[in-house]
Design a protein around this ligand. Structure first.
Ligand code: THU
Length: 121
């Protein structure tokens, strides 16, 4: 699967996001080393802070499916990942992070480039 195809999967997921408050639908598609794709969307809540990011949902689904740090080769996201999700992607050692900026350009960076000097225990 190419990065473009993975981003297309993230776009498909974004259409299923639950974002009635912000109206900002986000989709994420994780590509595991075994070739499987796991999706996630943002899920908002009337109690605003309870809302969760698309990357967070995708990672939770991947962990539920049995994947662990090091098992994920790439993630495509329809928006620039927030600070917290950068830390999450770093934890799982996702190799490549492909995302679409607000201006429509698509960039590929590593978690370390996205979050230098990352917190670790
Ligand atoms: N959002 C994500 O899903 N991922 C990010 O990395 C950035 C922000 C969502 C959260 C919220 O539902 C909406 O975008 C607007 O902030």
């Amino acid at each position: 699967m190419t990065d473009d195809e993975l981003l297309a999967r993230a776009d498909e997921a974004a259409a299923r996001a639950y974002a009635p408050y912000s109206g900002f639908r986000v989709g994420a598609a994780l590509l595991a080393r075994d070739g499987r794709v796991v999706g996630g969307v943002n899920v908002e809540n009337a109690a605003y802070p309870l809302g969760t990011c698309a990357e967070s949902g995708a990672l939770a689904a991947a962990v539920t499916a049995g994947y662990r740090p090091g098992d994920l080769q790439a993630v495509a996201i329809t928006a620039s990942p927030c600070g917290g999700c950068r830390q999450r992607l770093h934890e799982f050692r996702v190799e490549r992070v492909v995302y679409r900026r607000g201006d429509g350009s698509v960039v590929t960076l590593t978690p370390a480039e996205l979050l230098p000097d990352t917190f670790a225990l």
